[in-house]
Design a binder for this molecule. Structure first.
Ligand code: EPU
Length: 445
């Protein structure tokens, strides 16, 4: 195949100079995956809601555009967002926005609950895997929705031309986070009782349920595998604050551990980090609680390899798999990392190997043999969490690591470089010329 070489364009890269000791405290932002679903949840209420601790992220901007396209008024003042859904004037979401970000699909349940109709383009595959929506669909059907796909758009209507869904029994084949969220939102305004069985138990589900409860919804059991929702006729205005981002907090703890530095992360909910803290402890790395919402990683010269299997919460989070793998590249001994949630979420292995790591890949299993050092290299962030993994590896590597594919990082980490610099890391974003053959497709997490 002949190469099409375009004229040079500019693209940002992150240059990381490894070997610096970090110190100090980093402020953890609101959780991306809560913030996005809370924004979707605000569609359920016809009065204005104020949500604080909103992270500054490209994904939040995309969700803002999506809500605006549906007729909502969204205002932001620093970390506080006011969303007024009284002007909702369509149940049809534009493809250009939904295709940018998978979380856009989480508006289906809220739209269906509030208006009885949702027409939302299918989010499609993304860089970490295929990610179907069959569990969402079966759950909404259990609540009396007719659902079909036409021309790539999911059409959902309340059966029999009624406006309100009917409470029902939704059993999930797998505890999908997004499906639990969509069904929960739809059920808040349905007639009667809904039971979600084998529900996801992630902290972000609890946050969504608490937000809906603050708006007047009747929900019990969020955070367990059985959620019971008594539908109400309408919801009201509320003030709410997003939980801290457990994945961002874990990423910074790992940055401290790999650079043998003492750093503190705050504010965090330590109980949301239990599986990550357990694996750090098993590896020989101590993390202490300095009060109810502060964690400090204590430096250690050597640490051991550990085996990790990603699982739904409270198992080890898939979103921390790649940053933790960076740490394990420099551990004593070997580690076996099994990615069980997403079939294509080990692309960072090749990039870490470019930096001198010794990782063998067998399907969804990565065997990491600890090496004595990493060396800086040009690398490509292949998805959002891989971007953090490469920054973490770069902090410990000899010389300069140049990370491209930064659009992934900007989607989900609030000022990662500014925060790292505040801890003493040496890193800088610069523009470089690119000569691209095939532009990378847009990806969505
Ligand atoms: N799945 C199905 N059918 C469905 C739904 C899911 O087969 O109808 C499968 C998926 O393909 C996947 C597994 O179930 O293999 C888990 O998917 P889940 O639905 O739980 O994930 P999600 O809701 O699409 C959210 C987060 C992800 C995070 C996962 C797992 C948001 C916006 N995204 O995705 O976050 O990895 O839960 O915890 O909340 C990230 O932040 O980097 C990210 C990818």
């Amino acid at each position: 195949m002949s190469k099409t070489v375009n004229s040079p364009e500019q693209t940002p890269v992150l240059r990381v100079w490894g070997g610096q000791k970090l110190s100090g405290e980093v402020v953890i932002s609101g959780a991306k995956n809560s913030a996005l679903v809370l924004m979707a949840g605000s569609l359920l209420c016809s009065e204005a809601c104020r949500i604080s601790n909103m992270p500054g992220l490209a994904d939040v901007k995309t969700m803002t555009k999506l809500l605006s396209a549906l007729g909502l008024t969204v205002k932001r003042d620093h970390d506080v967002m006011e969303i007024d859904a009284s002007g909702l004037n369509t149940s049809e979401a534009p493809y250009e926005l939904v295709s940018k970000m998978r979380a856009s699909f989480f508006i289906v349940g809220a739209l269906l609950g509030r208006t009885g109709i949702a027409r939302v383009p299918l989010p499609g595959g993304c860089s970490i895997g295929d990610r179907p929506v069959d569990i969402h669909v079966r759950g909404l059907q259990a609540l009396g929705a007719d659902v079909h796909v036409e021309h790539g758009v999911l059409h959902a209507y309340v059966r029999g031309g009624k406006k309100r869904l009917q409470g029902g029994h939704a059993y999930l084949d797998f505890p999908s986070v997004g499906a639990t969220e969509n069904i929960l939102m739809a059920a808040t305004l349905a007639e009667g009782e809904t039971i979600i069985e084998n529900a996801a138990r992630e902290p972000e589900i609890v946050d969504l349920a608490n937000f809906c409860i603050a708006m007047g919804a009747k929900i019990q059991g969020a955070g367990t595998d059985k959620i019971v929702i008594q539908g109400v006729e309408r919801l009201h205005s509320c003030d709410y604050s997003v939980i801290p981002d457990r994945i961002e907090a874990a990423s910074f703890l790992l940055a401290g551990a790999i650079t043998r530095s003492e750093i503190t992360v705050a504010a965090v909910c330590p109980e949301h980090l239990t599986p990550v803290l357990a694996k750090l402890a098993e590896s020989g790395i101590t993390v202490v609680a300095d009060g109810p919402n502060r964690l400090r990683v204590i430096p250690t010269e050597t640490y051991r390899g550990v085996d990790i299997e990603t699982l739904p919460h409270p198992g080890f989070p898939t979103d921390v798999q790649s940053p933790f793998m960076s740490l394990l590249t420099l551990a004593e001994g070997s580690s076996v990392i099994t990615e069980k949630l997403f079939e294509n979420r080990l692309q960072h292995v090749a990039e870490l190997n470019r930096m001198g790591a010794d990782i063998r890949l067998k399907g969804s299993v990565a065997i990491v043999n600890g090496v004595a050092r990493l060396s800086g290299a040009p690398v490509m962030a292949t998805d959002l969490r891989a971007s953090a993994a490469l920054v973490i590896a770069g902090l410990a590597a000899d010389g300069e690591t140049v990370i491209s594919g930064l659009h992934h990082m900007d989607r989900g980490y609030s000022d990662l470089e500014g925060k790292m610099r505040g801890l003493g890391a040496k890193l800088e974003r610069t523009m470089v010329d690119v000569v691209s053959e095939n532009p990378e497709p847009a990806t969505a997490q």
